[in-house]
Ligand binder design. Structure first.
Ligand code: GRF
Length: 223
């Protein structure tokens, strides 16, 4: 009963494929995550993620940013729709629009985003290619609370993957995406459990955590 009462109401914003949306839906269906998706909003009518939502009986809406004269006007509409659906936590899942202070101030420390690199390294676009081009030995993904500034905000969880010598952008992207699907539901679960506390630009995680993962990892190996 308690779990049902404390389930978090999500609003999920997408622009495309929606595989992270699917990972969140799957985690809810497995009962790994006590959450309800109140609405999925896409700024593009052709986003496949809308179809995923509908298949699961989740309300899905298209709000095209082009219909609004400014970023702020678009964001005001997002805020209205999200609030009218009693959304507690906003999840950006491949949502390709920058948010203005209108959204960020309406949901302070209540908007999460996922980025396919180990922030603060490689913010912005085409970051898997950038990691390969720079010869990075590791990359990964980051879930963070959205603050004003591009891919800048308190970090909640990260996963690390190796970059292999002959990786294509596609191969590295897939390796990272597989881990995105694992860390996003976990970040939301920590929020739902009331364990995330933001102080001085950092996220502190309350309660017991398994800290036995203290081994270094090397790429290339030491021998
Ligand atoms: C992911 O790589 C995510 O990190 C980035 O956009 C991609 C979205 O994938 N922000 P999907 O739409 O969830 O499949």
């Amino acid at each position: 009963m308690a779990a049902v009462d404390s389930a978090v109401n999500l609003g999920i914003l997408i622009s495309g494929h929606g595989s992270n949306l699917q990972a969140i839906i799957d985690a809810i269906m497995r009962r790994d995550l006590a959450a309800q998706i109140k609405i999925v909003i896409s700024n593009r009518a052709d986003a496949f993620g809308l179809e995923r939502a509908r298949r699961h009986g989740i309300e899905a809406a298209v709000i095209e940013h082009r219909r609004f004269p400014s970023r702020e006007d678009f964001d005001r509409e997002l805020v209205d729709v999200l609030k009218s659906h009693e959304v507690d936590l906003v999840i950006l899942a491949g949502f390709m629009r920058l948010l203005s202070p209108v959204m960020i101030q309406a949901f302070p420390n209540r908007i999460m985003n996922i980025h396919p690199a180990l922030l603060p390294a490689f913010p912005g676009l085409h970051v898997q290619k950038a990691a390969i081009d720079r010869g990075a030995r590791f990359s990964g993904c980051t879930v963070f609370f959205v603050a004003e500034g591009l891919d800048d905000g308190p970090i909640i969880i990260q996963a690390v993957v190796p970059v292999h010598p002959n990786d294509t952008e596609q191969e590295l992207s897939e390796r990272i995406l597989a881990q995105e699907h694992r860390i996003y539901p976990r970040a939301i679960q920590l929020y739902q459990q009331g364990r995330l506390e933001v102080r001085d630009g950092r996220v502190y995680i309350n309660g017991e955590l398994d800290l036995s993962l203290d081994q270094a990892t090397f790429n290339p190996p030491l021998r």
